[in-house]
Design a protein around this ligand. Sequence first.
Ligand code: HEC
Ligand code: HEC
Ligand code: HEC
Ligand code: HEC
Length: 138
Amino acid sequence: MSTRHYSHYIHGQGWIAATLLLMAGLFALPCSAMAMEEMILIRSVAKNPQRPPVRFFHDAHNEKAEIEDCSFCHHVYEDGKLVEGESSEEEPCSSCHPANPEKGQLGFMRAFHKRCITCHDKEGKGPLTCGGCHVKKS
Ligand code: HEC
Ligand code: HEC
Ligand code: HEC
Ligand code: HEC
């Protein structure tokens, strides 16, 4: 982890969780297993998922994509307005973006597609096809 990310880790418990994860990776596993340790399988909360879960190499991805602000994805809203400088990494996206959203609420699939695909499209990098993110188990 590079130092330029450090300040973003200071908020809340996410920092502790991330540090423990990193330490477990550093001390308990051989190098070749580290990349796997960092992979998050983003599972659908839909009752009957239509697509395989998305494999997301969290830290490696965000470093390559040069996203320094955790709250770009792990954001906090109050009264419908984005709160600057606060983040919500201890909460899964689905706790605020459920499979069956209420009126005016952004649902599970759309929240991810909006956050993830918009940038890939804009930057011309990263998968755009369904199978590029929803990778079938081989
Ligand atoms: C490009 C979007 C994005 C950015 C930027 C991002 N994350 Fe995440 N993060 C995710 C997603 C997606 C998940 C999985 C959440 C879920 O399952 O609902 C996640 C999960 C996590 C988790 C839970 C780990 C686990 O195993 O479930 C932690 C802790 C976390 N992120 C910390 C951070 C920190 C700290 C930063 C900033 C250095 C950060 N994230 C930046 C998208 C992002
Ligand atoms: C603590 C609650 C909360 C969490 C956790 C959360 N969001 Fe949100 N998000 C909101 C609220 C509130 C809005 C405003 C729209 C709405 O009410 O659904 C929003 C809006 C968005 C938007 C549209 C605005 C924009 O920034 O483009 C996207 C995309 C989004 N969320 C993706 C995500 C993703 C991906 C995650 C997990 C990494 C996540 N959100 C986690 C509460 C949350
Ligand atoms: C701000 C821009 C941005 C956002 C937001 C973003 N990505 Fe990416 N993504 C990239 C870029 C850039 C690459 C290409 C990285 C490279 O190989 O140089 C990439 C590559 C990928 C890859 C290919 C494998 C890898 O890790 O390099 C996957 C899978 C992926 N992104 C999934 C996601 C998912 C899932 C989300 C949402 C949770 C997301 N991305 C959000 C910019 C972004
Ligand atoms: C940049 C990555 C990315 C691309 C490209 C992408 N998705 Fe997703 N999609 C996600 C993520 C992340 C989730 C949330 C985790 C999950 O459900 O696996 C999601 C969720 C879903 C869901 C809700 C859960 C389910 O399986 O029922 C559906 C349906 C879906 N995507 C269909 C598609 C289709 C169809 C395409 C192609 C037109 C596509 N996605 C392209 C990242 C992507």
